[in-house]
Design a protein around this ligand. Structure first.
Ligand code: FAD
Length: 347
């Protein structure tokens, strides 16, 4: 029996599900989120928004556009919910060799990167980090507190708007115009399951290959950096004396189990960098929803247009998800074409 009518059902509440739900909320449309938070990449992410690709000294795809939209989107959210989740946080790129300084210098004067890379190199920083050849600064970088964002938004949703349960794909009924799921009727359903997409019978063929990442949380009372440090690993200040350390990249193991090997790899890198005692608080793992062509996947199902997918956020969900959610909303509700790079029908 239908008891609840909604505009959209959203399956999965990570960054994709949150951003899509918040788009609907801003437009005054109703939704019900169904999420079982077992394998969330979002809850383990550092939330760094880095517009550059420092390995290649280039900009990330469409970074200025994504970053500008994300900053407005999160600022709007912060104002409405009286919280502080998105902060400008520069990235300090650690130089192992003098030659890296020269490459940095060239890149910082290039047409594309000048707005993002500080030309001057910092010779010294926090004394608790063993510095060899200084840092370069990535300007305009930011950090989203992903867990607080999800918790803040969901804490004000009632039981008709948020259900903590595993979505049962067999209970989904497709109707002429819309869908029914258990006692909920909706015009659309948007699947935002991250790497969990492989259990979805309607979209599991999409090439979300996944890249597992392991990370640590440490307490280091004497470490005082307020910037994100990028060496072989990231050191990200989270709160007071707590730092996020990560992450590994594994393209073979697609489980969410932290491994001894991953922990040792991270600790080894960390010990080489830090010259101060620290306490290990947590070790965690999740699979990033990466796609074979490194672009997100948005769009409607080929034969069931009331079903859509929002996936493939890869390694940059915090920066990209807000604008992608706007593109998907406009596509599903206003008939606007999606940029070809992200459209589902490219596969
Ligand atoms: C170690 C690590 C570090 C990272 N660091 C960063 C970073 O610094 N900056 C950045 O931008 N990105 C980072 N990322 C990537 C980022 O986490 C992802 O881009 C993003 O969080 C993916 O969001 P999502 O909503 O698509 O998936 P998820 O966050 O995985 O959310 C999917 C949700 O759907 C739920 N779900 C799945 N199937 C079902 C079902 N059948 N029924 C109910 N619920 C279901 C899952 O349990 C989960 O809660 C990192 C990822 C990892 C693993």
């Amino acid at each position: 029996m239908i008891e609840i009518k909604k505009h959209t059902i959203i399956v999965g509440y990570g960054l994709a599900g949150f951003c899509y739900a918040y788009q609907l909320h801003r437009k005054g449309l109703s939704f019900c989120i169904i999420d079982q938070p077992l394998h969330s990449a979002t809850r383990q992410a550092a939330g760094v928004c880095n517009p550059t690709q420092l390995k290649r000294y280039s900009l990330a795809w469409e970074a200025p556009r994504f970053l500008a939209y994300a900053a407005r989107f999160y600022a709007f959210f912060e104002k409405e919910y009286s919280c502080s989740v998105f902060q400008k946080t520069p990235i300090h790129r650690y130089f192992h060799q003098v030659s890296e300084q020269n490459l940095w210098g060239e890149a910082s004067y290039s047409h594309l990167l000048a707005a993002f890379l500080e030309a001057d190199i910092i010779p010294q920083g926090d004394p608790n980090i063993r510095l060899q050849n200084g840092y370069g600064i990535v300007k305009q970088a930011a950090r989203l507190n992903t867990v607080e964002t999800l918790e803040t938004f969901s804490s004000l949703l009632d039981s008709s708007a948020f259900r903590k349960e595993r979505f049962d794909y067999e209970a989904l009924q497709l109707q002429n115009s819309g869908i029914q799921y258990k006692n909920i009727e909706a015009q659309q359903i948007v699947f935002c399951e991250g790497f969990g997409i492989h259990s979805n019978p309607f979209f599991k063929q999409l090439p979300v290959i996944g890249a597992k990442g392991e990370s640590l949380l440490i307490r280091a009372p004497e470490l005082a950096t307020s910037a994100t440090i990028k060496s072989g690993i990231f050191i990200v200040p989270m709160e007071a004396d707590i730092f996020w350390i990560g992450a590994t990249f594994d393209h073979h193991d697609k489980t969410n189990q932290p491994t001894e090997q991953g922990k040792l790899w991270l600790l080894n890198k960390l010990n080489r960098l830090l010259d101060t005692p620290f306490e290990l608080l947590a070790h965690q793992a999740a699979v990033r929803p990466t796609v074979i062509d490194r672009r997100p996947i948005l769009g409607k199902h080929a034969t069931h247009p009331s079903m859509a997918v929002f996936n493939g956020l890869g390694t940059r969900g915090a920066m990209m998800a807000p604008l992608l959610s706007e593109w998907l909303f406009q596509h599903l509700n206003e008939g606007k074409a999606l940029p070809v790079e992200v459209a589902l029908d490219r596969f």
